[in-house]
Write a protein that binds this ligand. Structure first.
Ligand code: GDP
Ligand code: MG
Length: 177
């Protein structure tokens, strides 16, 4: 049935320069069913991947920045996503400080849904320019009731775990419906 083996859509959101497109690119390169090419190599990546022994079609959208704050494209993103990855850079405190506002916006767009949201602290490889600690990221995620992970898109650290985590979050919610 479509409910369980349909397409899972994941939206990358967050400020410019935090690494959304680089994360999307690592997903595009993940091992999957090679018969399926990315739907659009620019901003949308579709792959079939196996998570917990079950295959799923995951589509990752990197289109957030094409829309204006308050514009129709952002609204479209909000309505389309099954899960949202709010990305900030651990080397950019400003991108971290925008997270609560972005999450409020996501939840306001889908008030009756328990939206799967993962807070992603990217660029964890840049230890010497770090401005946001692991603990701060975790604490904010706890406060906002969302999951948290640190990634390095540059080193492909935790990137597979991130997308697998998104699939698990969506499955958990669907199982409940
Ligand atoms: P976007 O604006 O959110 O799409 O960010 P981009 O993916 O374009 O990345 C912005 C810059 O950060 C680029 O120069 C990337 O190469 C770099 N970058 C992205 N992710 C990482 C990371 O995990 N580590 C490091 N060191 N650089 C990264
Ligand atoms: Mg980008």
């Amino acid at each position: 049935p479509a409910q369980t083996d349909g397409i899972f859509k994941v939206m990358l959101v967050g400020e410019s320069g935090v690494g959304k497109s680089t994360l999307a690119g690592t997903f595009g390169g993940l091992q999957g069913d090679s018969a399926h090419e990315p739907e659009n190599s620019e901003d949308t990546y579709e792959r079939r991947i196996v998570v917990d022994k079950e295959e799923v079609t995951l589509v990752v959208y990197d289109i957030w920045e094409q829309g204006d704050a308050g514009g129709w494209l952002r609204d479209h993103c909000l309505q389309t996503g099954d899960a949202f990855l709010i990305v900030f850079s651990v080397t950019d405190r400003r991108s971290f400080s925008k997270v609560p506002e972005t999450l409020l916006r996501l939840r306001a767009g889908r008030p009756h849904h328990d939206l799967p949201v993962i807070l992603v602290g990217n660029k964890s490889d840049l230890a010497r320019s770090r401005e946001v600690s692991l603990e701060e990221g975790r604490h904010l995620a706890g406060t906002l009731s969302c999951k948290h992970i640190e990634t390095s898109a540059a080193l492909h650290h935790n990137t597979r775990e991130l997308f697998e985590g998104a699939v698990r979050q969506i499955r958990l919610r669907r199982g409940r419906n």
